[in-house]
Structure formats: structure tokens, C-alpha cells
Write a protein that binds this ligand. Structure first.
Ligand code: ADP
Length: 261
């Protein structure tokens, strides 16, 4: 049986596990906000395990259609048959459906979520004429990165106000050090140095970069170092190159790393 102990490793930032559990127990959908690579997906994986529910994850993009979520008729050897999409499976099986970067999906796609995200908890499937009632345990979870948001892409107010909001950010240095140590396989001392670089690089963010050095990238840096890559090289490869192509910004980031390694 699943136990919270063997759930995917997740260090809470403060109160989000309890909030998620309460939302789940009331059948309420959850909206997780936070920058890329700060732990949103890991949090949802952890919660699905803790709540002993199957997890259906969909990475949203602007070509995603309602059929990709709900399902479609396919043609097989014996003719046409219906295949449930991930949302429908979660509704039938009482699982968690996690829509990652939901603002990337077209607005007409996210409209199918409305009757699932309020008291009705139903999924009408036009193509089959079914009106599915969500099984106990079904939970809708969506995430997005507010930093990417622009006026056109923000979630419709009528959609977002159906959700309980959980806000995550990069973990505080003490926590992030433990995460980098565990996930990156380095000593606590080295993890702390890598986190210090991350913190210093994030201070540059407002000036030059759209995206900051995420927890994910700090973990990659640690993994490369743990496998023998020169620290400077590892930082360059994981914390500089992926974040910018601009010569001047490359130089500024490299200077910050020089100070630490
Ligand atoms: P997001 O979904 O926000 O883009 P992820 O959940 O994929 O980010 O996080 C990236 C990686 O960072 C995870 O694979 C995990 O290794 C690590 N991580 C981030 N936050 C935590 C945390 N609080 N506890 C444990 N690991 C974390």
C-alpha cells in the first residue's frame, strides 16, 4: 500500500500540503501558481501518492483541443471505437487530473473544465452523449507560471475563480539546499554553494532575463558536479547557457558564477 513515507520526495514550502488536502476533501479544484522548475509538478505527484489516487498529467500547449482532454473516436480493426482522454479517465476512475501550464491551452479548450470545477462535478461528453458524474476522489489541478502571462493568455476570470489558489516560489535557501543535496547527490556544503549562486543569479533576473535559475537547474548543476564535471563548467552549462543567448547577459551571469566558484 502507498504510504506518505514512500511518496515522491517533496519538502513543503509552508502549508501547501494541508491546504491541498482540505481542498481535496471538499472536492474543490486547485490552481498552483509559480515559476518554472519551482516544484509544482513534484508537489502534485507527491499529493497524488499521499492521497492514493491515480494521476493523469497533461502538458498544455496552444494546439491542445477539448478532444485531447476528453477523448475521441478512433478507427481500429473492428471499426470505430471511443477512447477516453486523460480528463475523462480521471473523472471515471476518481483520479487527479493535472493540467500543467494551463494558460497555454486555448480558452475554448478550458471551457470543458467549468462544469467539473464547480459544484456540479460533471463532464458532458458531446460526442457520446454521456454526462459523466465525477467519481469520488476526482480532483482537478491546474498550474501556470504568472511570469509568462500576458494580457491575452491569462486565464479567464470565470475559469480561475472556480479554483483554490496555492502559490509556490523558489524554496528558501535552507530548504532549497536540502533539495539540491538530495536530488543532486552532492554534499550539504556544495549544495549550499550552488544555491547561493542560484540566489545571486535570481537577483539579476529583473534586469536581463525572462526566466531565473530554477530549482530544477540547480539540481542539474549538482548532478553534473557529482559526476565529476568541473564546477565552473557545470554552472556554465546549466545556469548560463539555457537562460540567455545575449552576449552581455552571458557575461554578467558568468561573472556572478566566477565569484562563487
Ligand atoms: P515545475 O513543475 O514547477 O516546473 P518541478 O516540480 O518539475 O517544477 O520541479 C523541478 C525539480 O525540482 C523536481 O523534479 C524536484 O527534483 C525538485 N524540487 C523542486 N521543489 C521541490 C521540493 N519542494 N521538494 C522536493 N523536490 C523539489
Amino acid at each position: 500500500m502507498n504510504t506518505p513515507q514512500d511518496a515522491p520526495f517533496y519538502l513543503p514550502q509552508g502549508g501547501e500540503i494541508e491546504l491541498f488536502e482540505k481542498a481535496y476533501s471538499h472536492g474543490l479544484p486547485v490552481l498552483i501558481k509559480g515559476p518554472t522548475g519551482c516544484g509544482k509538478t513534484r508537489f502534485v505527484q507527491h499529493m497524488a501518492h499521499r492521497l492514493e489516487r491515480p494521476l493523469f498529467t497533461v502538458a498544455c500547449h496552444d494546439d491542445l483541443t477539448a478532444s485531447d482532454l476528453v477523448g475521441r473516436h478512433l478507427i481500429g480493426g473492428d471499426g470505430a471505437f471511443w477512447q477516453d482522454g486523460p480528463l475523462t479517465r480521471a473523472v471515471r476512475e476518481g483520479g487527479l487530473c493535472y493540467l500543467d501550464e494551463v494558460v497555454e491551452a486555448r480558452k475554448d479548450t478550458t471551457v470543458v473544465l467549468h462544469p467539473l470545477a464547480d459544484d456540479r462535478r460533471i463532464l458532458p461528453i458531446d460526442r457520446t452523449g454521456e454526462q459523466l458524474e465525477a467519481a469520488d476522489g476526482f480532483m482537478l489541478v491546474v498550474s501556470y507560471n504568472p511570469g509568462y502571462q500576458n494580457a491575452l493568455k491569462g486565464m479567464k476570470p470565470s475559469t480561475r475563480q472556480r479554483f483554490v489558489g496555492v502559490s509556490l516560489s523558489y524554496p528558501v535557501p535552507q530548504l532549497e539546499t536540502r533539495i539540491v543535496e538530495k536530488e543532486g547527490g552532492v554534499s550539504p556544503q556544495l549544495a549550499r554553494r550552488i544555491v547561493d549562486v542560484g540566489v545571486a543569479l535570481r537577483r539579476l533576473e529583473q534586469h536581463d532575463l525572462e526566466e531565473a535559475a530554477s530549482t530544477r537547474l540547480l539540481i542539474y548543476t549538482a548532478r553534473l558536479m557529482a559526476s565529476g564535471v568541473d564546477p565552473m563548467r557545470a554552472c556554465q552549462a546549466c545556469l548560463v547557457e539555457p537562460l540567455t543567448d545575449d552576449e552581455e547577459t552571458l557575461r554578467a551571469l558568468t561573472q556572478v558564477i566566477d565569484i562563487h566558484f
